[in-house]
Design a protein around this ligand. Structure first.
Ligand code: ATP
Ligand code: MG
Length: 468
C-alpha cells in the first residue's frame, strides 16, 4: 500500500526539497502552504501522516496539530522546526505531536520519523479494528469496509456498523436507491463472526409473489407441480450466516404474515413439508421505500416493521454529503483506471465543484456511472468540467464559470465575456424556475419576479419552448 503524506510549509523551497525526499522514499505527497489548506485536505481523505512547519500564516502548525488530534486522532503529526528553536517542538510534543525534525534535515531523519509514525498508526488500527478484518478489509485508503465516506453522517453509519456487527439483532437499512445499502449489509456480515458463513441475498422485488414462499423457506418434493425434488430455501442456505432481504418494502401482505411468524418463532416449515426447521440466521433488511408511509397506506404491516427495525441504519442521499464527493471520485478513478487501463490522475477543481452542485438522484451509483462513462472517453490525466456529461453540467448549480467559452488569445472584450456569462446563468435560472413550476410560465415568472411577457421574451431568446 502506498502511504499518503500531507506536508504543510509556507516556504516553497522547503516544500520542494521535502516533497522530493519523500517521493524518493516511495511516499505519495501533497504539499500545501498553510494550516488552513491542510485542514481542507484532511477532509478529503485519510492520510498516513502529516508533516507540518510551526510558523505559517492563517492557521499555524500548532493549531493544525490540535485540529488533527481532535478530528483525526489516528493520524500522526511530525513537526518541522528550525535548528535552535526546539522550544516550539517540545510544546508540540507535549500536545501530542508524534515527533519533530529539525531544519536542515537529512533524508535519514525523515525516513526514520515517518516509518515510526506509520508503524504506530498501523499498530493502533490493528488493535482497534482487528475484529473487522474481513474480506472487505479496513484500509484507510479505500475506506472502512470498502465504504467510502468521511462526512459526519457516514461516520455515524460506521459507528453503528461497528457496534452492531457482532450482535444478532435485526438491522433495517433505509436510504434512496444507490446510497450503498447492499454495501452496508455486506459490511455487517463481513465484520461479524459470521463472516466465514454464507451471506445470502434475496431481492424481494424480483421474485414473483407465488414463488416467494418457496424461495425463502424451501419446498419438499411434490409440494407443487414441477417440484420433483426437495429444495432448501434461503433461510436454510443462510444458516450460521446472514440473510439479506433486499427491497423488503416490496413483499406482499401475505408473505409479510409468513415472514413475521418465522421471525417471531425462529422456525418455519418448507412448503409442502411437515418438519419444523430452525436456523441460526442474522437478518438484515433494506428498502428505499418509506415504510412508515407504507404502513399508513396499509401496504406494510406495522408489527413486521417493528420486528425488522430493531437497529435502523439510514444512509443519507449523496447530495446531503457533498463533502464525500472528492473522496468517492478518487476511489472510482482508481477503480476505473484499473478496469479501463487509463491513467487519470484527478478531476480539476472546477469539475469537482460541478459534481458537488449536482443533485444526484441516483446517488453513488449514478456518480460511479458518470465517472466510468467520462473516463471511457477521456485520455488526459485530468478530467475537466467540459469532459463531464453536458446534461449534468447544465443541471449543476455550480456552473463551471472559468470554462465558459472564454475565447483564446484574450482579444474579446471583458464586456462580452461578462455578457455571455450572465446570460448563461440567466438561462439556467429560468430553466430551473420552469422545472420547479412544472413548466407553468405564469408561476415561473412570479418566482423570478419578472413579468410573464418578459419571461416569454427571454425564453424565446434562449430557445426555450413554452412546454419545456
Ligand atoms: N459509500 C460508498 N463507497 C463506495 N462505493 C459505494 C458507496 N455507496 C455505494 N457505492 C457503490 O454504489 C453502487 C450502489 O450501491 P448499492 O448497490 O449498495 O446501493 P443500494 O442502496 O443497494 O441501491 P438500490 O436501492 O438501488 O438497490 C455500488 O456499486 C456500490 O459499490
Ligand atoms: Mg440495493
Amino acid at each position: 500500500m502506498q502511504h499518503h503524506i500531507l506536508l504543510a510549509d509556507d516556504e516553497p523551497n522547503i516544500r520542494r526539497v521535502l516533497a522530493a525526499m519523500l517521493k524518493r522514499e516511495g511516499y505519495k505527497v501533497r504539499a500545501v502552504s498553510d494550516g488552513a489548506e491542510a485542514m481542507a485536505e484532511l477532509k478529503l481523505k485519510p492520510w498516513s501522516a502529516v508533516i507540518t512547519d510551526l510558523k505559517m500564516p492563517r492557521v499555524d502548525g500548532m493549531q493544525l496539530l490540535q485540529h488533527v488530534i481532535e478530528h483525526y486522532p489516528d493520524t500522526p503529526v511530525v513537526i518541522i522546526t528550525a535548528h535552535g528553536s526546539i522550544g516550539g517542538a517540545v510544546d508540540a510534543l507535549k500536545v501530542g505531536a508524534f515527533d519533530y525534525i529539525t531544519k536542515p534535515f537529512e533524508q535519514e531523519d525523515i525516513q526514520n520519523s515517518l516509518r515510526k509514525a506509520i508503524r504506530m498508526r498501523e499498530l493502533n488500527e490493528g488493535a482497534v479494528h482487528s475484529s473487522q478484518s474481513g474480506p472487505l478489509g479496513d484500509d484507510p485508503a479505500t475506506g472502512r469496509f470498502g465504504i467510502i465516506g468521511r462526512s459526519t453522517q457516514m461516520q455515524e453509519v460506521f459507528t453503528i456498523i461497528d457496534r452492531v456487527a457482532g450482535q444478532p439483532s435485526t438491522v433495517l437499512i433505509t436510504g434512496e436507491s444507490g446510497t450503498g445499502k447492499e454495501l452496508v449489509a455486506k459490511a455487517l456480515h463481513h465484520s461479524s463472526d459470521r463472516s466465514g458463513k454464507p451471506f445470502i441475498r434475496i431481492n424481494c422485488a424480483a421474485i414473483p409473489t407465488n414463488l416467494m414462499e418457496s424461495e425463502l423457506f424451501g419446498y419438499e418434493k411434490g409440494a407443487f407441480t414441477g417440484a420433483d425434488h426437495a429444495k432448501p430455501g434461503r433461510f436454510e442456505l443462510a444458516d450460521g450466516g446472514t440473510l439479506f432481504l433486499d427491497e423488503i418494502g416490496e413483499i406482499s401482505m401475505e408473505m409479510q404474515v409468513k415472514l413475521l411468524r418465522a421471525l417471531q418463532e425462529s422456525e418455519f416449515e418448507r412448503v409442502g413439508g411437515l418438519k419444523t426447521i430452525r436456523v441460526n440466521v442474522r437478518l438484515v433488511a433494506a428498502t428505499n421505500r418509506d415504510l412508515q408511509e407504507a404502513i399508513k397506506q396499509g401496504e406494510f404491516r406495522e408489527d413486521l416493521y417493528y420486528r425488522l427495525n430493531v437497529v435502523p441504519i439510514h444512509l443519507p442521499p449523496l447530495c446531503d454529503r457533498a463533502d464525500d464527493i472528492p473522496l468517492l471520485v478518487e476511489h472510482f478513478i482508481q477503480k476505473y483506471n484499473d478496469r479501463l487501463q487509463k491513467e487519470v490522475e484527478s478531476l480539476s477543481d472546477e469539475a469537482v465543484e460541478v459534481l458537488k452542485g449536482y443533485a444526484w438522484p441516483g446517488n453513488i451509483r449514478e456518480l460511479e456511472n458518470v465517472l466510468e462513462r467520462t473516463m471511457l472517453f477521456s485520455d488526459g490525466e485530468v478530467i475537466e468540467a467540459d469532459d463531464l456529461p453536458t446534461d449534468l453540467v447544465e443541471r449543476s448549480s455550480e456552473l463551471p464559470i472559468p470554462s465558459l467559452h472564454i475565447p483564446a488569445g484574450g482579444d474579446t472584450g471583458l464586456k462580452e465575456v461578462v455578457k455571455e456569462t450572465t446570460s448563461r446563468i440567466e438561462r439556467e435560472y429560468i430553466i430551473r424556475a420552469l422545472e420547479e413550476t412544472g413548466g407553468n410560465v405564469t408561476q415561473a415568472a412570479k418566482r423570478l419576479k419578472i413579468s410573464r411577457k418578459s419571461l416569454q421574451n427571454k425564453m424565446k431568446e434562449f430557445n426555450l419552448r413554452e412546454d419545456s
